[in-house]
Design a protein. Structure first.
Length: 479
């Protein structure tokens, strides 16, 4: 039955069913079920079709949200899928893991006093249904072009560019040092937020469209940037940021004090059934341990919730600011609390204690002082507030910086910013090397999947312009 719109007055916001915390603690499956068709239709019908849709303005992809909500409410799902996939390469992934509370849904302005439309869940529903019904097909081109491109990095940025360039007919080669495509979608983000088959079916579609993957190939080690430039007509750097920020304090080198991404990668690899020596010998496994995670971003939230699922005895998150000022999504904090994680707000570590391995975290309390130039309150240590938390595993989740890219690629002429991110001309997305473009976290610094997709799509457009001009020039020179 087709649903009328503007039903926010009579229909309350309803997310898809969330699994009870007790059950979720025992596995790595996603925590939300799929909407039943009638529920998705009814929830989409809550949209008031705003004249100026703030949801769309605050979506990094400028998704045409009101239109696909209307089509869903009317039961015209195939058209909804067409509209939604026109601007988003991976709508089912964004529907699952975008921090919607900060983006589209956080800016949904139905009417004061009414809760937002469940945009992300409807977006996920539309594309999952499209997959089930066979509407999602490989984006094979109508005609082949001779020019080829190299994409370094098979994360969301690189894959979004690969998709668009392949649809245009280019010979697309994706190089990645990992053995699976997906970047942080496969080895960073845990399955309870994004089940891995969702990512692997996308990689399989790209392969079916003719994208060639060269996995287990590290640029800078197995091939030089100069090799890629010689073999291909254009190159995209989409390598993400992986250098973990560290802390300097007594005991930081003790066994049992580990980096977040090592921990999460090991857990994700176990989920695939891989042999992971550092997990199998217990050093990256939280089972039976008292775990303390230091940090307050999305990575920290993924670590605490992974530790719960591995069977930790206790899991604490130590963060120097308060709940309101943490960078992680509030929704993720709520999930973590439901699952039994304890947050120790306004506290920072001084030392990791223990002899042969870590046994505890010595920390102090923090007072949040006057706001600094960025508007955030400055953390100040409270004298005499020292306390110790028991810990057999400490996970450092303090964020990521870029590696030394010119050194990594053996390309000293590759310009970088003072933060080490790759410098691009923001109109053309080209780096200081002719024909070499860059997109995603390696340009922005650690960011979001949806921004990597946006950048990958924009880079593909700019590479297309560059390649057309290059082909035109070659033709003119030949004639
Ligand atoms: P990446 O996804 O990092 O992919 C880069 C790829 O490049 C990798 O596969 C890497 O192996 C490859 N590579 C690097 N160097 C080389 C080389 N020299 N040669 C060959 N290959 C190379 N964002 C969200 O929107 N929602 C979330 O819930 C969320 N959760 C996150 C959880 C964690 C734990 C982390 C770490 C990040 C999370 N993010 C989240 C951020 C998001 O994952 C990133 O912003 C996004 O993946 C960036 O995409 P990218 O394509 O730029 O890089
Ligand atoms: Fe919202 Fe992300 Fe989808 Fe945009 S891509 S509509 S921000 S869930
Ligand atoms: Fe619909 Fe909310 Fe977007 Fe308005 S802001 S168009 S109500 S989803």
């Amino acid at each position: 039955m087709a649903e009328k719109l503007l039903r926010f007055v009579s229909v309350a916001k309803e997310m898809p069913a969330k699994r009870p915390a007790d059950g979720r603690r025992r596995d790595f499956d996603e925590i939300y079920a799929q909407y039943a068709a009638d529920r998705a239709q009814v929830q989409a019908s809550r949209c008031s079709q705003c004249g100026i849709p703030y949801c769309q303005i605050h979506c990094p992809l400028q998704n045409n949200i009101p239109d696909w909500l209307k089509l869903t409410a009317e039961g015209r799902l195939e058209e909804a899928y067409e509209v939604s996939s026109a601007t988003n390469t991976f709508p089912e992934i964004c529907g699952r893991i975008c921090p919607q509370d900060r983006l589209c849904e956080g800016n949904c302005v139905i009417e004061k006093g009414f809760e937002s439309v469940t945009i992300g869940s409807v977006e996920k529903y539309i594309t999952d249904t499209a997959f089930e019904r066979g509407w999602v097909r490989p984006g094979a081109p109508r005609r082949e072009l001779a020019q080829s491109v190299a994409i370094v990095g098979a994360g969301p940025g690189g894959l979004a560019a690969a998709d668009l360039l392949r649809r245009r007919g280019y010979q697309v080669h994706v190089y990645d040092r990992y053995d699976r495509a997906g970047g942080l979608l496969v080895y960073g983000i845990p399955g309870f937020k994004l089940e891995k088959h969702i990512v692997t079916r996308r990689a399989a579609l790209l392969e079916a469209a003719g994208v060639r993957f060269h996995l287990g190939v590290e640029i800078g080690r197995d091939l030089a940037m100069s090799d890629l430039r010689a073999r291909h007509d254009a190159v995209l750097i989409a390598t993400g940021v992986y250098r973990a920020r560290d802390m300097q304090m007594p005991g930081v080198g003790l066994p049992g004090v580990v980096a977040a991404l090592d921990y999460l990668t090991a857990s994700n690899r176990k989920g695939f059934g891989d042999a992971v020596p550092a997990f199998d010998d217990g050093s990256l496994d939280a089972a039976g341990k008292h775990v303390v995670v230091v940090g307050g971003g999305d990575t920290a939230m993924d670590c605490v919730r992974t530790a719960v699922r591995q069977g930790a005895k206790s899991v604490k998150c130590l963060y120097r600011r308060d709940r309101r000022n943490m960078p992680g999504s509030q929704r993720e904090v709520n999930h973590a609390e439901e699952e039994g994680v304890e947050f120790v707000w306004q506290a920072a570590p001084d030392a990791f204690t223990g002899a042969a391995a870590v046994k505890g975290v010595r920390a102090h309390r923090i007072h949040l002082g006057m706001p600094d130039s960025t508007g955030r309150q400055t953390p100040q240590a409270i004298d005499g507030s020292s306390f110790t938390l028991k810990a057999d595993l400490v996970i450092k989740a303090l964020g990521f910086d870029p590696e030394d890219m010119p050194a990594m690629f053996g390309a000293p002429e590759l310009a970088v910013t003072r933060w080490g991110t790759v410098k691009v001309d923001h109109r053309t997305m080209m780096t200081s090397l002719d024909g070499v473009f860059a997109a995603g976290d390696i340009v922005r610094g650690a960011s979001l999947v949806v921004w990597a997709i946006r950048d990958g799509r924009d880079a593909a457009d700019q590479m297309h312009r560059y390649l057309r001009a290059k082909a035109g020039l070659a033709l003119a020179q030949a004639s």
